[in-house]
Design a protein around this ligand. Sequence first.
Ligand code: ADP
Ligand code: MG
Length: 678
Amino acid sequence: MNFSTDIKYLKGVGSARAEAFQRLSVGTVGALLRFYPRAYEDWSAVYPIREAPFDTNICVKGIVCDTPSKIRIPGGTTLYKTSITDGQGLINLTFFNNKYIPNMLKSGEEYYFFGKITKSKFGGREMASPVFSNASAEAGIKPVYPQTAGLNSKLIAKCVKNALDSIEEIPESLPSEIIAENSLCSLDFAIRNIHFPESYEALDKARNRLIFEELFILQLGLLSLKSKTQTLKTECVVKKDFSEEFFSHLPFSPTSAQVKAVGEAIGDMKSGEPMNRLLQGDVGSGKTAVAAALIYTCVKNGWQCAMMAPTEVLAEQHLRTFEKFFKDTDITVDIITGSMKKSEKNLAKQRLASGETKLIIGTHALIQEDVEFNRLGLVITDEQHRFGVAQRSSFAAKGDNPHIFVMSATPIPRTLAMIMYGDLNVSVLDELPPGRKDVETFCVDTSYHERIYKYIKKHLDAGLQGYIVCPLVEEGEIDNDLISAEKYYKKLSSSEFANYKLGLLHGKMRPREKDEVMRKFSSGEIQLLIATVVIEVGVDVPNAAIMVIENAERFGLSQLHQLRGRIGRGSEKSTCVLVSDAKGEEAKQRFDTMCSTSDGFKIANVDLEMRGPGDFFGKRQHGLPKLRLADVMTDTHLLMAAQNCAQNVIAKDKALSSEENRRLRRQVDTLFKDSYGS
Ligand code: ADP
Ligand code: MG
């Protein structure tokens, strides 16, 4: 029996359970041993009943006083009640709907019980549905595994135990110097103790080692991706920097952060190696102008550029913005989107292939379609986290190693940026254009609607514009008390706002209609836009000074921040009103955060703490491998150490091809397999 043995040959498994294990992505004995507990129950510290603390999970040992008795209560529930004692204290136990309890708990026998003790109305002690095991069994720290149909935690624990018993020493996976340098325990010790810890100290050691390994392999993978792109050569070498010339055409002067970012990117593009750079800047920090300066420079050096946006609305907006930026130049701008007529698209493709078009703007249609370039030099992707790492590299394959510049508004905490963008160089816009005022933010409940409408009208009457954001598109999609954009639009245009010009924008509209609405809103023809999150990214209408977000509890914190970033872009003071009847502690904390800060970094950190990195980026949108144990928020220290070691290894053996590194190469490949589809 070894790591690659099929799980169905493991004692206690068989083919039915093997199938259930497949649902947990566990197909081999090795995968089972790498299937770590999600938590532990401490059965090692056994409390005397009278000293056991209330309301926290603990373990007690006691003799069952009577055979559990059955009590039916109205509503179809059946209770089983008994009590236990350790000679000093007594606890009443209740189990629900489990007819096996009388067989499993024998009167007069001794068991361990694990769970929460609560105080009863009459001052006694109670435990509801504790987990128990016979007192003759081993106590200790017990693993709790993620369960699935047909496999509960206890059963998984048993299988893991069988695997550990039948496997010989688990061979070491890390080079010995790295083990020594970082005072790590062996893989054998780590695996045995992550499942069945001898003590908390041993568990700590095991976790430490496994988290280190996970981050180390991840960093190795990212660094080798990076070194791959860096050893590439590109034809596209920028000879002369035209950014100053470009900025001199603008109605504003660039911030020093913008100048610095442009300088860094142009430095890359002069080098002869393809640029691979991320521009990170909070909403409104002026990323588009940075992109424009790079495009201007590239085109003046004789190259074509492509700009990709995550939505058609955004692509259309970019088209307008760049046409404005380049209106007094000879730079021709064009667009290709999925919804264009075939004939139009073909014409656009021809103009691009002939070299007539210098800047092409589009959505992901640009990668999917057989778009041909004449001399592609630079690809810019806006709002990068929506694309993911894999798509980024597939675009790179389009041209002859074009420069890649990605822009992200999601303020990513440093630790996470280090992981996610380990294969990129990073520039940061840490300064907002001058004259920006914080958006004042309030949170109110739905009883305030009258007042809110009045407040909006005051803005519209003063010549300003505004947004009302709703979470849904159509009626009846989820809960009916959620406000649907369509219904809301109809209601408001025929009542409170009958005398104003309203517009509706949602994801199910045809791109052409969306574009029409956005154009009217930009030009001021529409005063108040009722919209869904379609407007979340990038939309830029400086005259909009008020935003009302309905059912605000439905949005994530970072999403609220992005939405709010649509206002506060002009010289007027802007106001954001979050409307929600949600009462919970979590909702309150989120709204408090929104009302008290406009710092995207702080907000991202709170969001990350509350939701964890998986949720934070949506369903694996970042395209990174899934980490089992490491927590990027708290394991900073190990992350640094792992990155350091990974750099040393890669510096000596870029391809991980030496005898001792081959094993690492395989681990890297396994980890990255799912995310990169290779
Ligand atoms: P984001 O980083 O969110 O994409 P944008 O590029 O849309 O931000 O810029 C937001 C607004 O700020 C735009 O209206 C843009 O014209 C303006 N802007 C950009 N840079 C400057 C600057 N240096 N000074 C003044 N306004 C600027
Ligand atoms: Mg933008």
